[in-house]
Ligand binder design. Structure first.
Ligand code: THU
Length: 157
């Protein structure tokens, strides 16, 4: 039997170690947590995506009384980004969250499975890695690509 090991690297950074663009993305994602509509979970998530045309598109989770109809911050941002700027490529993105206590989460959160699959589509369209910044209160995890979040992904048929 052969074993295939898949490893991912997670850089653990402080805000000051980020590039200016990354700092902007984290700040915009944090700001977007206040635009979250989360009356049911009270868990507020924000996302910011830098595009190749210089735009930064943001999103926040939007819940619904029929729970499955709601959408995560990451998908609200990526679908809006591609709907508004279909020719622009995704360059880099950040995600931030505030817990039910209203404080930014200590441990960064990571996108759900459905968001990973959706984001992967846009990374594939970009033709290059799209680094993902997961912002906690004091610590930021940096992943080199969306695909590192979704090993053995279903990409095409
Ligand atoms: N949520 C996001 O927006 N992004 C994530 O990465 C995880 C979860 C939202 C969905 C729901 O509105 C709330 O957070 C609680 O799960």
């Amino acid at each position: 039997m052969k074993t295939k090991e898949i490893k991912i690297a997670v850089e653990v950074l402080e805000f000051e170690e980020l590039t200016p663009l990354e700092q902007t993305l984290v700040t915009r994602a944090r700001e977007m947590t206040s635009k979250s509509y989360a009356p049911y979970s009270r868990f507020c998530v924000g996302a910011a995506i830098a595009l190749s045309n210089g735009e930064i598109v943001t999103g926040a989770n939007q819940e619904n009384v029929a729970y499955p109809s709601g959408t995560c911050a990451e998908r609200s941002a990526c679908f809006y980004a591609h709907a508004q700027y279909p020719d622009a490529k995704f360059v880099e993105m950040a995600i931030a969250a505030r817990g039910t206590d209203g404080e930014f989460v200590t441990e960064p959160i990571s996108p759900c499975g459905a968001c990973r699959q959706a984001l992967l589509e846009y990374e594939t369209l970009a033709g290059a890695n799209v680094p993902v910044l997961l912002a906690g209160q004091d610590v930021i995890y940096k992943l080199q690509s969306v695909k590192s979040l979704l090993p053995l992904a279903f990409t095409d048929f």
